[in-house]
Design a protein around this ligand. Structure first.
Ligand code: ATP
Ligand code: LTN
Length: 327
């Protein structure tokens, strides 16, 4: 059966971009494929963090998966640091990837830009991500558009490793959704909607109330020419709203654009469609978060299952590279 792997960082409150660009697809994939979903807390160490916040957000992110409809009996849900093989394989990957190719990663360039002090782990981040994926022999990796380059690197490294040391890894493919692969910030439509956005008004949080959702959509930045037309380059704000409406209703962007001749009604209908789509997510979030002990137990089971797969792949990779096995 096709194996799926994906991960999300415990770096903040989950938002509409995460849901439409990632979680929604992951929840659908679980019925068709053998899915491994991971809260990548080790990746969370690559930027500034507070230890108590990290711990809390790791649990919240796991609840976010469940809220989005990921069912623990249907897939393997776990926390990255619970399976030590991730950190170990990452080192082997760091010794396979080159300094030059890691230097070309745009996420590294963006996140390190203008900073005085940048953690070494932020630079080697893609090696850890490649390890996450390769440990599970994943064929398919559903991610948003922003992660394409990391996936290309993972493929390059897997091919290089197999070529140098013998067939060891499955070479994965990115599965980027056709719609909503890049949901933009409602206030700054030139940037992607992000957990770390400057203005909270630009990001729709998965746990926003219907009133908050409606207000953020109403205040979304558009333009002054008043014409409803899909044109991301010249009309980024309005085009983002059209894309969101298409993603949330399953209609095509052209259909949506043809149905409106003014911005106001589009915004009103979009707010309503979002409230409807996110309502069940919020309800599930509340149900699950009322029982943290249950979440801990689920994550324990997930880690055990994940470790069973990961330990075999790691042993294979160490052996291929010529590391002396213990007697
Ligand atoms: P940040 O918001 O701090 O940039 P992030 O949300 O990109 O972080 P993750 O939480 O690890 O980082 O992302 C989880 C998934 O959500 C990834 O598959 C990512 O591609 C997807 N994703 C994130 N932002 C968007 C967005 N604006 N549009 C579509 N997909 C997104
Ligand atoms: N880099 C990803 C998170 C991530 C991931 C992974 C995604 C870490 N490891 C493995 C897919 C597969 C991000 O920032 N969205």
């Amino acid at each position: 059966m096709t194996r799926v792997f994906s991960g999300v960082q415990p770096s903040g409150a989950l938002h509409l971009g995460n849901y439409l660009g990632a979680f929604r697809q992951w929840a659908a994939d679980q019925w068709e494929f053998d899915c491994f979903y991971c809260v990548v807390d080790l990746h969370g160490l690559t930027v500034e963090f507070d230890p108590a916040d990290l711990r809390r957000r790791t649990l919240e992110t796991a609840v976010g998966f469940l809220a989005a409809g990921v069912e623990p009996e249907q897939c393997t849900l776990f926390v990255q640091s619970h399976v030590h093989e991730h950190a170990e394989l990452a080192w082997l990957i760091e010794c396979t990837a080159s300094f030059g190719e890691l230097s070309r990663m745009t996420q590294f360039k963006e996140k390190s830009h203008g900073r005085e002090s940048v953690k070494a782990g932020l630079f080697t981040y893609p090696a850890l991500m490649a390890a996450d994926i390769l440990l599970y022999d994943a064929d398919r990796v559903p991610v948003g558009d922003d992660q394409r380059q990391h996936l290309e690197l993972t493929r390059d490294v897997a091919l290089r490793f197999n070529h140098r040391y013998g067939e060891t890894f499955v070479v994965p493919e990115a599965a980027v959704p056709r719609q909503a692969a890049r949901v933009m910030d409602l206030q700054h439509p030139g940037s992607k909607m992000s957990k770390s956005a400057e203005s909270p008004q630009g990001t729709i949080d998965l746990l926003d109330t219907p009133e908050q959702i409606a207000q953020k959509v109403r205040r979304a930045v558009t333009d002054t020419d008043g014409e409803v037309r899909y044109d991301p380059e010249h009309k980024p704000g309005l085009s983002n709203l059209l894309e969101l409406m298409a993603a949330v209703t399953g209609r095509s962007i052209d259909d949506v654009a043809a149905a409106y001749d003014r911005y106001g009604p589009l915004k009103a209908d979009l707010a309503e469609a979002l409230v409807e789509a996110l309502g069940p997510v919020r309800e599930r979030y509340e149900t699950y978060s009322s029982d943290p002990a249950e979440i801990t137990a689920l994550l324990d089971q997930g880690a055990e299952k994940a470790a069973g797969v990961a330990s075999k792949t790691l042993a294979r990779a160490k052996d291929a590279m010529g590391l002396l096995p213990r007697g």
